[in-house]
Write a protein that binds this ligand. Structure first.
Ligand code: ATP
Length: 246
């Protein structure tokens, strides 16, 4: 069975990732299951940050994945798949430029339309399971200015059916999952092609210090490869590098 079967819908959850992880630990969900919430009371972003969504208007869901034999060092492939699938469904609706902000936010021009939070369970050298949390700003509007956010409604002027959006997302993810299972390594090139700020001198924070560098690509471990002023090229993980706040 593919990704999106079953879809387990809840009215209110702390977070879909939390419930997905709990159900997974109890063996109550298998590969492909999706936890959907109309409302999250404690939606999470990276580094303990908050993800906000309007109850009933936006998409907040988590997909359970069980990779057959994915080495821990290759786990960023899941982030690539998720970001590319979210970018694809966004692009289906939004005419403006859609890009992936490393590691896995989706932007429309400079504005964030979706966030992804992935929690992998690693046992020994292998990723045993993964919970891929996705928040897509579907029908909300009126974001605080400092958030630099947008939604499908704001970009298109049309109300989106969140269940239909989820269905498209599951299909986009499933296609990439099957290609990956069949040994297709096209994900890396696709991710590079859609990388936000690629080749552009950009403000970044390296070990908390402001630097200007050019994102070029990601390596197989998911580190961002940047060219520094002066020409040196290095790869850094999220533990050291991030985009400077806008
Ligand atoms: P940033 O893109 O601000 O550097 P990040 O990538 O480190 O943040 P994420 O974990 O992706 O952080 O998302 C959390 C951040 O995204 C929050 O701190 C908030 O600024 C912003 N945010 C929260 N909810 C939304 C939303 N619905 N749409 C857009 N941005 C949001």
């Amino acid at each position: 069975m593919g990704i999106g079967t079953p879809i387990i819908a809840f009215d209110t959850l702390e977070s879909t990732n939390k419930t997905a992880a709990e159900l997974l630990s109890l063996s109550k969900v298998q590969h492909g299951a999706v936890i959907l919430a109309r409302e999250q009371t404690a939606g999470r972003g990276q580094r303990g940050r908050t993800w906000t969504a309007q109850p009933g208007l936006d998409l907040t869901a988590s997909v359970v994945l069980k990779p057959p034999a994915l080495r821990a060092e290759d786990q960023f492939v899941l982030g690539k798949m998720a970001a590319l699938a979210v970018a694809e469904v966004t692009r289906m609706l939004v005419p403006a430029e859609v890009r992936i902000k490393w590691p896995n936010d989706v932007l429309v021009e400079r504005k964030k339309i979706a966030g992804i939070l992935i929690k992998n369970e690693v046992v020994g050298e292998l990723v045993q399971s993964s919970v891929v949390g996705v928040g897509i700003n579907a029908n909300s509007s009126g974001f605080p200015e400092e958030m630099t956010a947008t939604s499908l409604l704001l970009e298109t002027g049309r109300v989106v059916d969140v269940k239909v959006l989820l269905d498209h997302l599951c299909k986009a993810l499933d296609r990439r999952w099957k290609a990956f299972e069949n040994g297709d390594d096209g994900l890396a090139a696709e991710y590079t092609e859609h990388l936000w700020a690629r080749g552009r001198w950009t403000d970044l924070l390296l070990d908390g210090q402001c630097i200007v560098a050019r994102p070029m690509d990601v390596d197989d471990h998911g580190r961002l490869i940047v060219e520094h002023e002066g020409g040196a090229v290095n790869a850094y993980g999220l533990d050291r590098l991030r985009f400077a706040p806008r």
